[in-house]
Write a protein that binds this ligand. Structure first.
Ligand code: BES
Ligand code: ZN
Length: 904
């Protein structure tokens, strides 16, 4: 068992198996806020009744960091006690509804955790998911208690002209009476029941972009995007994304906007990306504000998908919510799947769709696979937790989305849409489980493989760890048959020793020597259309035989990444080169290139080859990269992905023992070789994809910019070796002339990461140009903290950045831009033989934990994989984690992460 303690004794482990329904229901809530940064007063009048299905017991309300002033039951003073932070009321009426009135105060200005009610740039914001509402008032802070909300906000009219909460504005005006001079109010009524984690309020000096829209059904809605007064010129893209989201959900799933008004508000102090509060989404400015001068193509595309994501929660999460927090993937996995599909459906062509799929899989493999193999591994539906905020993970989100995607694969796109319709017919307005979701998709498709295999399929929810699929192929030339033998296994994870076989949908094709898919004919006589066959694997070992196979094929397995598994197949280089050149499935085409590069990297890492000047990548690989780069039909975004080597993190995951410095050196040497061997081709690519026409962040033009950005980086890298100054000069020129942030920032990155002398003036000019743009300054900090280490210069630079007047540890975006960019995104600089990177990490974890435990706990995870490290890294990483764990005053958040890391 984990040993966990904090200043209040051991922290409790919460278990899924212990779920019990609430003893009381809350029907309605009337909240009145007197907003004051130092001391806000909250009057909470609720109507409650006992849950007849649960034995009679006291009411125990959650509360945290509250000052309690008064408790009334049906208007009368009532006896209560405070027990470990909870407000406990006994002797409540046995029958019928009763009214409970609670008056508390809280201190928004002192709230640096950014959970509950807090102040940012002189405005008020709330963040209640997962358990922040208890920092606003005493409540049953659990998602299965859904109530109707009426909210009145009262505040100084000058300082807080805009007063927002969920739902519809019912009333507003000046407050009267003595003591209310200069104050005003607004009353909001939410027409939908909701769990308290979806409550929100915002108050401050904000302006908004408005858009009126008419739905398919002819209903009118008002869409608003609220920002600080200077930011109006950066709201157009978010509004367009919101309009596209409304249209898409109605077209694809028949889910229409159920509110007269839908608001998005941006704040620069936010722990996460964005939050789906009913009708009043609150966003990190990073995922709202964009114009071509300040935002990159990646920013534009992130805004589109985050706006979509939060909007799609309006149905998947808000209308149907989670019964308990173990079901988090019910809303998050499903909604990530929906935002991925949204972004894909907005793509103009198949190639852009494939690019999006590759990007999503890259996130899964570089972040979720390591999580699944490390100390924080947990099932998509976890069995226990200490701090729920630690479980907003890539497993819940990205693996959860893959599980939903596999369901769609098993029932088909139309069948999946039918399943969603049934899910809403059954559960609209309630709080349900992952089982309920899977059951609805299966029941709507009774003849599908999902329906037949449902209990086994649901192992994806209960078993942690990434399954490994081992495939072997054999061709019988005489019989003209091709047989694939597949076997699956899954390594042990904390608390789960043995695993049962998963249902694994394996999309596969056989590529012939001409490069085309061979027709697929199974032994049983059935044929597959369009060259791909879906094998639904259920056993530990299975085989499949294709007949009438005229030549020895190259198998293309797991097309489109049809399941979140590791695939082993002993491809020859020649077979991979065939797939890279021809596979009709673009995902596996990209994958073939990655496998070739990975193979060379792993060989070099294990060898004692001196890296300088050596020929590391073989000619065939270089030639293959050249032909992709010069290809006439492939588009630029896809080329950029193929020509980008697997990341250091991904390479590390393939190794038993990790020497981060060797990985960094090998990958850098490979990059340098690609740079010089393809110098003429990079030059061609740079010139052939010059800017054409006005800036637009669409997939085609952003693909062109991505490829020219990579070309420029490579050309500057080649110049570093040759000493030539032409390309650094061109990069500097582009940096100065660019009409958009993507080109400007790519040019700056090329100079910084090639270590060229021009990087210094360019960085200084960039700071001067954008000193008033906080999101751009975040990029400036992140670029330096994430830059390529050559001889250990990055850590001292990072320590200097912490002293920069623009650095502020309290602002999560700024903290992430320096500290996370260094500790989590720059392995070559962070893992130092002298342990100084780890010392820096432990100092920052402890420092941040006193300000914001959620952010601190995320940083704490940077050393999750310490056990894989080679010496001396392993021992010094362990010491650094122990230094954090030895601290007596530690949040539950950080305590849980470091205890798991140290557990054996
Ligand atoms: N519900 C979450 C936001 C959240 C998470 C609030 C954890 C509090 C604690 C929201 O829907 C979400 O998932 N946001 C993501 C972005 C999204 C596009 C994956 C985020 O904030 O990272
Ligand atoms: Zn979400």
């Amino acid at each position: 068992m984990l040993q966990l303690r904090d200043s209040n004794g051991p922290a409790a482990v919460i278990r899924r198996a212990d779920y019990s329904a609430p003893a009381f229901w809350i029907d309605s809530v009337h909240l009145t806020f007197d907003l004051d940064p130092a001391k806000t007063r909250v009057l909470n009048k609720m109507t409650l009744r006992r849950n007849p299905d649960v034995s009679v017991q006291p009411l125990r309300l959650d509360g945290e960091a509250l000052n309690l002033a008064r408790v009334l039951v049906n208007g009368q003073g009532a006896s209560f006690k405070l027990d470990g932070g909870k407000l406990v009321l006994e002797n409540l009426p046995l029958e019928g509804a009763f009214e409970l009135e609670i008056f508390t105060t809280c201190e928004p200005l002192k709230n640096t955790s950014l959970s509950g009610l807090y102040v940012s740039n002189d405005s008020f914001f709330t963040q209640c998911e997962a358990e922040g509402f208890r920092r606003i008032t005493y409540f049953l802070d659990r998602p299965d208690v859904m109530a109707n909300y009426t909210v009145t906000l009262r505040a100084d009219q000058q300082k807080y002209p805009v007063l927002l909460s969920n739902g519809n504005l019912m009333d507003s005006g000046a407050l009267e009476g003595t003591g209310n001079e200069g104050r005003h109010f607004a009353t909001w009524v939410d027409p939908h029941k909701k769990p308290c984690y979806l409550f929100a309020l915002v108050a401050g000096q904000l302006v908004c972009r408005e858009q009126r829209i008419t739905s398919r059904a002819g209903k009118e809605h008002l869409l608003q995007v609220y920002v600080r007064p200077g930011d109006m010129d950066k709201t157009e893209h978010a509004m367009h994304s919101l309009m596209a989201s409304v249209v898409w959900d109605e077209a694809r799933f028949g889910l229409a906007l159920d509110l007269e008004r839908f608001m998005i508000v941006a704040t620069s102090d936010f722990n996460m990306g964005a939050m789906e509060n009913k009708g009043l989404n609150i966003f990190n400015t990073k995922y709202v504000l964009a114009n071509q001068a300040t935002a990159t193509d990646a920013d534009f595309s992130n805004i589109e998908s985050v706006v979509g994501h939060e909007y799609f929660h309006n149905w998947t999460g808000n209308r149907i919510t989670c019964r308990d927090w173990f079901q988090l993937s019910l809303k998050e996995g499903l909604t990530v799947f929906r935002d991925q599909e949204f972004s894909m459906d907005l793509c103009a062509d198949a190639s852009a769709r494939a690019v999006k799929r590759i990007e999503d899989v890259r996130v899964l493999r570089t972040a979720q696979f390591p999580e699944d193999a490390g100390p924080m591994a947990h099932p998509v539906r976890p069995d226990s937790y200490i701090e729920i905020n630690n479980f907003y993970t890539v497993t819940i989100y990205e693996k959860g989305a893959e599980v939903v995607r596999m369901m769609q694969t098993l029932v088909g796109r139309a069948g999946f849409a039918k399943g969603i319709t049934l899910y809403f017919a059954r559960h609209d307005g309630s709080a349900v489980t992952c089982d309920d979701f899977a059951q609805a998709i299966a029941d709507a498709n009774p003849d599908s493989a999902l329906s037949k295999l449902l209990p086994q399929f649901k192992r994806w929810y209960s078993q942690a760890g990434t399954p490994r699929l081992q495939a072997k192929g054999s061709y019988d030339a005489a019989a003209q048959t091709y047989t694939l033998n597949l076997s699956q296994s899954c390594a042990a994870t904390p608390g789960q020793e043995a695993k049962e076989p998963f249902v694994i949908p394996v999309s596969l094709g056989l590529v012939g020597s001409s490069g085309a898919d061979l027709p697929l004919q199974l032994q049983d006589g059935s044929t597959s259309e369009r060259g791909s066959h879906l094998l639904v694997m259920t056993q530990a070992d299975e085989s499949i035989t294709f007949v009438n196979v005229a030549e020895e094929p190259v198998p293309s397995i797991l097309r489109g990444f049809s399941a979140p598994v590791l695939l082993d197949f002993d491809y020859s280089d020649a077979q991979l080169l065939t797939l890279l050149a021809f596979d009709p499935d673009p995902f596996n085409r990209w994958e073939a290139g990655q496998r070739l590069a990975l193979r060379s990297a792993i060989q070099l890492i294990a060898s004692d080859t001196l890296l300088t000047g050596a020929t590391l990548l073989n000619d065939a690989y270089i030639e293959a990269m050249r032909s992709v780069l010069r290809h006439l039909a492939l588009d630029a975004a896809f080329k950029e992905l193929v020509l980008t080597l697997p990341s250091e993190t991904y390479i590390a995951e393939q190794l038993e023992v990790v020497d981060p410095q060797r990985i960094h050196a090998v990958r850098e040497a490979m990059r340098a070789q690609l740079a010089s061997a393809l110098a003429a081709d990079w030059q061609w690519a740079f010139e052939a994809h010059a800017p054409n026409g006005a800036y637009r962040p669409d997939t085609v033009s952003s693909g062109r910019r991505a490829l020219t950005g990579l070309a420029l980086t490579q050309l500057c890298l080649a110049a570093r070796d040759s000493g030539d100054s032409v390309w650094p000069g061109k990069a500097y020129q582009r940096f100065k002339d660019a009409d958009n942030m993507t080109d400007r920032f790519n040019a700056l990155t090329a100079l910084v990461n090639s270590g060229h002398a021009l990087a210094t003036p360019a960085l200084a000019q960039f700071h001067t140009l954008f000193k008033n743009e906080e999101l751009v300054l975040d990029k400036w900090f992140a670029l330096q903290a994430g830059s390529c280490d050559r001889g250990g210069q990055v850590l001292p630079a990072v320590r200097q950045l912490l002293k920069h007047p623009d650095f502020n540890l309290r602002n999560p975006n700024r903290a992430r831009s320096v500290i996370f960019s260094y500790c989590s995104a720059n392995p070559g600089a962070f893992h130092r033989a002298d342990a100084a990177g780890y010392v820096f990490w432990s100092e920052r974890v402890l420092e941040l934990d006193r300000i914001n435990p959620q952010v601190a706990a995320r940083l704490a995870r940077a050393l999750d994989r310490w056990k894989k490290l080679a010496e001396p890294y392993r021992s010094s990483a362990r010491q650094a984690i122990e230094r954090v764990a030895d601290k007596l005053e530690l949040s539950n958040d950080v305590r849980e992460v470091v205890s798991r890391a140290l557990a054996d």
